[in-house]
Design a protein around this ligand. Sequence first.
Ligand SMILES: Nc1ncnc2c1[nH]c(=O)n2[C@H]1C[C@H](O)[C@@H](COP(=O)(O)OP(=O)(O)OP(=O)(O)O)O1
Length: 172
Amino acid sequence: MIEATLCFPRRTRGTESDPTEEVLLIEKRRGLGDGWYNGPGGKLEDGETPRECAVRETREEVGLEIDPETLEKAGELTFLLDGERHTFCHVYRTRSFSGEPTTTEEARPEWVPVDDVPYDQMWEDDQFWLPGVLEGETVVGEFRFEGGQPLDEAEFVGHDLEWNEHLETTDT
Ligand SMILES: Nc1ncnc2c1[nH]c(=O)n2[C@H]1C[C@H](O)[C@@H](COP(=O)(O)OP(=O)(O)OP(=O)(O)O)O1
């Protein structure tokens, strides 16, 4: 089973009387989910903690620097393919980062208003869990796909969600 991360940097723009909440998404330029929007993230490397992975992937994909201690754990998602656990994904959010997002070979970053997230250009499951995560909730989710590899060509067939439960996994 693959262990992976997703990271959602957040910021507030606009004026005090008319603020706009934004999230940094990427348009993925290769690999799983190529051409779709997602948060920065990717697979854990050997010996790496999920937090370290989220920080590294965000740096590699869009050039933002994040202090791992500022990452807030927001979710644990299990993606099943044909009944087998395919990917376990740790989801984080943060408002603390430095640098300007930059396009890389892997990703094109884009600040998007939280009210205008392009769910029709994302993994089909995102519409069920990402809105709550962007509102500050925590989620534990299981998402079922069928139809064989690769996961991003399989059919999304069902899901179960629990909100604001204690996140069980050790996350050092
Ligand atoms: N179903 C679903 N919804 C939302 N997000 C995801 C999924 N399945 C997924 O795999 N993901 C996420 C989890 C990861 O953040 C990425 C996939 O990572 P990937 O691009 O394979 O990992 P990298 O380590 O960056 O890959 P390469 O460097 O080898 O290209 O999608």
